[in-house]
Design a protein around this ligand. Structure first.
Ligand code: PMP
Length: 428
């Protein structure tokens, strides 16, 4: 809308270029699956903010919990206990698998993954000495933008600022079956060996439960072998559930699709319906390595964020939003498959699990990412009232879909119709 231009211009003036991107939207309010501006426009939100509102935008009971906490006390210091923090860590330990009973609250997803890397290394050194420090992440993986999290990530194009890369951090080929066609565990072992790493020198493996750029899941058998390999060699296995957790994929934790249990879970985003909170959940022997006062963070356990997270997780459980995501998976997947069937030369593959899906756009007839096409489709959707992320993926080729888990069937179908139409027009 023309009236939103001055504000958008101000952001362009005072924020770094890295903050620019689509869409040119100045929101006014949000309600469940809808976002509104001041000028009478409304969008169906298929981005959940940035995957932060699994429980829907501004759910009244979550907003109320936040307001109540603001009124009952804004004091924050992790040095003192508070009710909401205690309730939240108990709740998170309760929803974690057997054996993962310690919860460390942080603020961002990057901090959580950075912390997992630190805990893995400390554990490696403890059980295997000074050489057991290796960390394995994955090509095209993403764990955040801090020094450790970004090195363990696999977005090669974003690492130019990292000089003296840590030689003990490597990224292995991620077996998605499209970009990396050899999905065998032997291929993984060969890659590790080629980097000169031996299992006895590896402290930790960190893996997104699904790679956000797809969404791409690894083969179940691959992950089972990986978990067994980690167990055998005392390697800490971390699943990064920052994006995948809290019902997104039709299971509460996405790693449940593999039938394995990690040693550490990192979570964030959808945990707290827009307030900044993340968590590291892990085994006691791993979480309790640092003494009193030596693993903390200023904002850990902020009571307002804890109140938001507690109310969000309770809503996800009470309303079985995980079940809703599971039930709608086939509709989402089928809708995307129809689009691909119509445009096989331009859509390399589509994928969906629960309520996260993606379309990989290609240069006509080639296995080459097509950022321009992804951008074009997303822009057309925006003008038709469907809000999507700016293109994601290692090459910006992915049209990604992640509505709040509260979405009903008809709104999902409506959005798919818009996406199909926008894709037709963008390719025509
Ligand atoms: N891990 C994953 C899987 C993510 O998707 C993200 C955020 N996109 C992060 C970590 C980093 O989280 P944050 O941006 O909160 O630091």
């Amino acid at each position: 809308h023309p009236d939103s231009v001055p504000l958008l211009e101000k952001l362009r003036q005072f924020e770094p270029i890295s903050m620019r991107g689509m869409p040119p939207l100045v929101w006014d309010r949000a309600e469940d699956i809808q976002i509104y501006d001041k000028y009478g426009n409304r969008w169906l939100d298929w981005s959940s903010g940035v995957l932060v509102t699994n429980a829907g935008h501004a759910a009244p009971e979550i907003s109320q919990a936040i307001v109540d906490q603001v009124h009952s006390g804004l004091l924050h210091s992790y040095v003192f206990g508070n009710e909401k923090r205690a309730a939240l860590v108990e709740c998170l330990a309760g929803v974690a698998p057997e054996g993962l009973k310690k919860v460390f609250l942080l603020t961002t997803g990057s901090e959580a993954t950075e912390c997992a890397i630190k805990l893995s290394r400390a554990h490696g050194i403890k059980v295997g000495g000074n050489k057991k420090i290796g960390i394995i992440g994955w090509e095209r993986g993403f764990h955040g933008r801090t020094l450790g999290s970004q090195q363990a990530g696999g977005m090669a194009g974003q690492k130019s600022w990292i000089v003296n890369e840590d030689p003990a951090i490597m990224t292995a080929p991620f077996p998605d079956g499209f970009w990396q066609t050899d999905t065998s565990f032997d291929a993984f072992l060969a890659a590790v060996e080629a980097r000169g790493m031996k299992p006895e020198n590896v402290a930790g493996v960190i893996m997104e439960s699904y790679q956000g750029v797809g969404p791409d899941f690894a083969p179940v058998e691959f992950v089972r072998q990986l978990a067994e390999w980690c167990r055998k060699h005392q390697i800490v296995l971390t699943f990064d559930e920052v994006q995948a957790g809290f019902g997104r994929t039709g299971k509460f934790w996405a790693f449940e699709h593999y039938g394995v249990t990690p040693d550490i879970i990192c979570c964030g985003k959808g945990i707290s319906s827009s307030l900044p909170l993340s968590a590291v959940i892990g085994r006691e022997s791993i979480m309790d390595q640092f003494g009193p006062g030596s693993m903390t963070s200023t904002h850990t356990g902020n009571p307002v964020c804890c109140a938001a997270a507690l109310a969000s997780v309770q809503k996800i459980i009470r309303e079985d939003l995980t079940g809703n995501a599971a039930r709608l998976e086939s509709t989402l997947l089928e809708g995307l498959r129809q689009i691909q069937k119509k445009h096989p030369d331009y859509i390399g593959y589509v994928s969906a699990r629960g309520l996260v899906g993606g379309m990989q756009t290609m240069v006509k007839g080639k296995k080459e990412p097509n950022h321009d096409l992804a951008h074009n489709i997303i822009e057309r959707c925006f003008h038709k009232g469907l809000l999507l992320f700016a293109p994601v993926g290692a090459w910006g080729q992915t049209v990604k879909i992640a509505p709040p888990l509260t979405i009903p069937l008809d709104a999902l179908q409506d959005g798919l119709a818009v996406l199909a139409e926008a894709t037709d027009e963008a390719i025509a």
